[in-house]
Design a protein around this ligand. Structure first.
Ligand code: CA
Ligand code: CA
Length: 365
């Protein structure tokens, strides 16, 4: 009885405390304010990276934005519940280890080429005295907000700057089988559906190292727009290699200039993932909300989210997607679609008019 009343009293005390919580916001630079003073520094980081000449040079959805989004995944996904169960170090997840130990981790096969963005980001994190793990997730969230239609991701701050080198082999490769990728993602806590949602990142992505002869070749025809084109175009029959032929992790793509990863093609057609994949073709808002949810989970892998402070309000509001309704590229018809969802036929979508779509590389900035 006494315990109950004690609990009740503390509940009432909590309610009173909440009721009396000051509505005062912390004053930040340039007349801005935040719900918590620990968020103020992120406005300054934002000014830095989205400013003219900054990391994203005026808020572009270009190569640095693509690579910054990629980096969030490569830092965070490196955590293994299996290894932890075996009593081994399983990696620290979204802990900044890929920046702290870049000389080791960016040499992992899956992270080839990430050394460039890490070296661009690190001095900015140091300049603002924020942790590497925080900076990587913040830069990724700002990066995707710079893309039309980009989700406004959550951003929690306060990760420790202490980390250890992640074990190798925890980041999926484009040459991995669907079995292997789904098993790896499950080991990090993600369902097949969440894996499909995370791949929306490939709607604003480009490759440099699968086929280095075609630097900056994107995975869909709208690499500056976060939209469902990726989910449509990945299901089109492959007809060509955009560069120097078949490379490990590459399969034929449907459009000149567009590169298709073997893993994307396989996940789009696998019975475990095909229906979720196809569902995004006619439901871009579901794609955005599921990506946002999966990214929120990913950004705190290895972290105790309760100890972090929510600074999501600092993330800019993105502009609308270039295309609200997914379409077929010009020159393609529904007969080119390799519909792979057994339960539901591929939806009827229209093709762009005009000569066959070709895809330009994302220029290095
Ligand atoms: Ca890490
Ligand atoms: Ca796109």
């Amino acid at each position: 009885m006494q315990m109950v009343s004690k609990a009740l009293i503390s509940l009432l005390a909590l309610a009173a405390a909440v009721g009396a919580a000051p509505s005062k916001r912390a004053a930040c630079s340039n007349g801005r304010s935040a719900n918590d003073e620990r968020c103020c520094v992120w406005f300054d980081v934002l000014d830095d990276i989205n400013g003219d000449g900054g990391l994203f040079d005026g808020g572009e959805c270009g190569e640095e934005a693509h690579e910054s989004l990629r980096l969030t995944f490569h830092d965070a996904i490196s955590i293994s519940n299996e290894l932890i169960k075996e009593g081994k170090f399983g990696g620290g997840g979204a802990d900044g280890s890929i920046m702290a130990f870049a000389d080791i981790e960016t040499n992992f096969e899956a992270s080839v080429g990430l050394d460039e963005i890490v070296e661009e980001q690190r001095p900015i994190a140091i300049r603002h005295n924020v942790s590497f793990g925080d900076f990587i997730q913040f830069a990724g969230a700002v990066a995707v907000s710079n893309c039309a239609g980009g989700p406004r991701l959550n951003f929690l701050a306060g990760r420790s700057n202490d980390s250890q080198v992640s074990p190798d082999g925890l980041i999926p490769l484009p040459s991995d089988s669907v079995d292997k990728i789904l098993a790896r993602m499950a080991d990090a806590g993600f369902s097949p559906e969440e894996t499909v949602a995370l791949l929306a990142s490939h709607s604003v992505a480009a490759q440099d190292h699968v086929d280095p002869s075609i630097h900056g070749s994107p995975f869909d025809s709208t690499p500056s727009s976060f939209d469902a084109q990726f989910y449509v175009e990945t299901l089109l029959k492959g007809t060509l290699f955009p560069g120097n032929g078949s490379n490990p992790g590459e399969v034929e793509s449907p459009l000149a200039g567009e590169l298709r990863l073997q893993s994307d093609a396989a996940i789009a057609r696998d019975s475990r993932t095909a229906c979720e994949w196809q569902s995004f073709v006619t439901d871009q808002s579901s794609m955005v909300s599921k990506f946002t949810a999966a990214m929120a989970k990913m950004a705190v892998l290895g972290q105790d989210a309760n100890t972090l402070v929510d600074c999501s309000e600092v993330i800019p509001v993105p502009s609308k997607a270039l295309s609200q309704v997914a379409h077929l590229p010009a020159g393609k018809s529904l007969s080119d679609v390799e519909g792979s969802c057994q339960a539901t036929p591929f939806p009827t979508i229209s093709a762009d008019p005009g000569p066959a779509t070709t895809v330009a590389p994302v220029p290095p900035s």
